[in-house]
Design a protein around this ligand. Sequence first.
Ligand SMILES: C[S@@+](CC[C@H](N)C(=O)[O-])C[C@H]1O[C@@H](n2cnc3c(N)ncnc32)[C@H](O)[C@@H]1O
Length: 328
Amino acid sequence: MSDEFDPNPPSAPPQPPARSGNASRGSRQTATYLSKRLTAAGLRPVSKYGQNFLIDLNLVELIARSAKIGPHDIVLEIGTGVGSLTSIMATQAGAILTVEIDQNLFQLASEELAPFPHVKMIQGDALKNKSTFRDDIMESIREAKSRLPEDSKFMLVANLPYNVATPIVSNLLHQDPPPDRIVVTIQKELGERMVAGPGSKDYGALSIWIQATCRAEIVRILPPTVFWPRPKVDSAIVRLDVDHERRNAIPDLKYFHQTVRALFFHRRKFLRSVVISAMKGRLEKPAIDEILGRLKHGETARAEELNLEQISELVEALRQAELANEST
Ligand SMILES: C[S@@+](CC[C@H](N)C(=O)[O-])C[C@H]1O[C@@H](n2cnc3c(N)ncnc32)[C@H](O)[C@@H]1O
């Protein structure tokens, strides 16, 4: 583990040191082991930080395997915990940046990750406000990328704290460099919203934002019993493969994301009234009616009935109309 972030040279990542007795891999990842480890350090899981640890090592390995981490790849992990997933990924990745908000867990994980010079740990909140990544995180990713071969991929792989999962995933898709892949454990409902299509109750702004930039799939649904302590809800491992061509085809990501959110703000209302309120002070009603008429969205259409292509077309038409307004 390093403060300097020392990506591996393009060779195989280091293997973990041999473990013995109770610390062998099989027995390591159990509720008993984790609770003993935390108790020995005078700690208990902190619920406000979403500290529900995966206790089934096979599932921890499934997360890492689903990410298909290569020896030149850079992994960002939000929520190091005691370093269980981190240490598995450290045997696969070219560089890992792992962020942990809890000072006590940060100390514990530092011991676990000490053998890995290509793992950099950051202590603190990954988000600088409720929705944006800390600048130094992305700066470290860019720095690591510049030191690794050009074909290295950047991915977020994490068992995310559920209360900040949406801003973390949504915001990362805005960043430079964008991730190539995201594999995360999140609340099942959130995963279902990411993959939902029109006609589903889960379909909304998040579905559009994710599917406009990624190919999304649910890898596995996880019951509460595979975590310690048990959360009240089911979880899901979700994999998002960023489609750079699709993402690059969006002319203004921020405009797209914000407008889609505004369109789905009142999902049951008719599209016309939603667009009028979203564009208040920016576009006049006749311009909006012209766009809706041209795109053949009738009087009774609702945003939730439009597919990704139709929403993208509408957002782009609104953007063009705003640009035309500004230039007159
Ligand atoms: C669900 S646990 C996962 C821990 C570990 N990766 C595992 O798989 O067992 C989430 C972790 O994220 C940390 N965390 C919560 N909010 C955070 C934030 N805003 N920034 C960084 N870490 C955070 C928690 O302290 C906790 O260790």
